[in-house]
Design a protein around this ligand. Structure first.
Ligand code: SF4
Ligand code: SF4
Length: 440
């Protein structure tokens, strides 16, 4: 045992050094300087004593190995026997949302317009706060705090492309209707969406609570009831570039948001057009012209769970995505919903987004029970007002979320560990805080 301890100590030391150095190199490639420093330091501190003890006489190798074993047992014990109970799932949305109440719809109301008068007659409690927001520089304004001419121009160009696509979300349906099995339609349409750039695609049965009503923005007439009677929804995600999101809340992040809104709009409009050509009605739902609440549809389609910050948390990219939806009557095969207790459980201990939100718009407590199920409710008024101060869509919460790290084997290993149990979730959160900082 004693003679083996020397080689065991050296091998373990080398293994640890390679292990932490790999993490360090990945961090360098990702531009995460603090993480790289922590990992290279861990490679030295973790492997150093073991390698050194291998050069020293007995009993040093045995002592070093015993220390490692003790540490391993403590970590294993904490992972296998957590002190917390698992979060319960809570409820699901059951009530339809008036799109006129969402901040993007309210932000478009112009004083003196019939819509403005009609809305604040109905919701006088929102007038003072919304007027305060209207008095601020505004999104992409040159007077905004984070104004950066080129990035703002790039974002503006992106939003204008999406706007140009708003009238293309629907169109005439071919007279000749093609028929196939739901499995085959689903497989082929998912393949098309992926080929055009979607990261993940799912199908849900469209439920009344997924659909806004009345209309608050986009085509169709403000205040009109939504008459969407499609049976199925195809939801997909596109990735927001990690390096651009890392700039949040500075201007590059809004340029990236606009770029990905264009990408998701292109895929949705393209897909809906293909379906209509097969003789089935289909409508694309794109930025500024939704009839559905995209995160709820995406969750029902199995793409993820809704986290503390109110965004869809996807298994591979966390909240670092934009969502596109196509609704249709073409017979499809639904996916199981994205109910993920591990996300809810991790969010309940994490609160990193809440700690880093510059205006405290994300709750740091437990989920609250409300008519639309049990959930965290962000203060969207305060969040949107901040956007109008800085001129970008902020996205600090998206940037700091431990799920937002790039989709690579190392981060995926951490994501897998998060799914194992409450103990590993505690450990992964602690590691994320140490490596990236509580306030990155
Ligand atoms: S930062 Fe933490 S609490 Fe916030 S959404 Fe991400 S995992 Fe959940
Ligand atoms: S986008 Fe910014 S202001 Fe809004 S909730 Fe996230 S961190 Fe807070």
């Amino acid at each position: 045992m004693v003679e083996h301890s020397v080689s065991l100590s050296a091998s373990l030391g080398l293994l640890l050094m390679v292990f932490f150095s790999c993490f360090g190199m990945v961090s360098v490639r990702e531009g995460e300087r603090r993480a790289a420093r922590v990992f290279f330091m861990a490679a030295m501190v973790g492997a150093g004593p073991l390698l050194l003890s291998a050069l020293l006489p007995t009993p040093f190798p045995v002592i070093a190995l015993s220390g490692c074993a003790l540490l391993g047992v403590i970590v294993l014990f904490r992972c296998l026997f957590p002190i917390r109970r698992l979060t319960d799932p809570g409820g699901r949305a059951t009530r339809r949302v008036d799109e006129r109440d969402i901040m993007f719809a309210r932000g478009r109301l112009r004083p003196g317009s019939p819509e403005f008068d009609a809305y604040y007659l109905q919701r006088p409690e929102n007038l003072a706060g919304d007027n305060r927001t209207r008095s601020l520089p505004g999104l992409l304004s040159p007077e905004a705090e984070k104004a950066e001419p080129l990035a703002f121009a790039a974002a503006d160009a992106g939003f204008r492309i999406t706007e140009a696509l708003r009238d293309a979300v629907d169109g005439p349906v071919a007279e000749l209707q093609q028929h196939s099995m739901p499995e085959a339609w689903t497989r082929r349409l998912k393949e098309l969406a992926r080929r055009w750039g979607a990261v993940d695609v799912g199908v849900a049965s469209l439920e009344p609570e997924h659909i806004y009503t009345p209309i608050g923005r986009g085509t169709g007439g403000w205040g009109n009831e939504v008459t969407l009677d499609h049976h199925w929804a195809i939801a997909f995600t596109v990735e927001m570039d990690h390096r651009e999101v890392a700039h949040a809340p500075e201007a590059p992040v809004v340029a990236e948001s606009a770029r990905q809104y264009v990408e998701s709009a292109k895929i949705a409009v393209h897909l809906a057009s293909v379906i209509r050509d097969q003789g089935w009605p289909a409508r694309a739902h794109i930025d500024g012209n939704y009839r559905v609440i995209a995160p709820l549809v995406a969750r029902a389609a199995g793409l993820g769970e809704i986290g503390r910050m109110g965004l869809l948390m996807t298994p591979r990219l966390g909240p670092r995505v934009r969502i596109g939806v196509v609704t249709t009557d073409l017979p499809l095969l639904p996916d199981p919903p994205g109910e993920d207790l591990t996300v809810l459980d991790f969010c309940s201990i994490c609160s990193k987004c809440a700690d880093n939100c510059p205006v405290g718009a994300i709750p740091d407590g437990d989920r609250i029970v409300m008519e639309r199920g049990r959930r965290w409710v962000i203060d969207d008024e305060t969040c949107y007002r901040y956007w109008n101060v800085i001129g970008t869509d902020c996205a600090t919460c998206m940037k700091v979320c431990p799920y937002s790290h790039p989709d690579n084997p190392i981060h995926n290993l951490v994501r897998k560990a998060i799914r194992v149990g409450p103990g590993t979730r505690n450990l992964m959160l602690w590691m994320d805080d140490v490596v990236y900082g509580r306030k990155p």
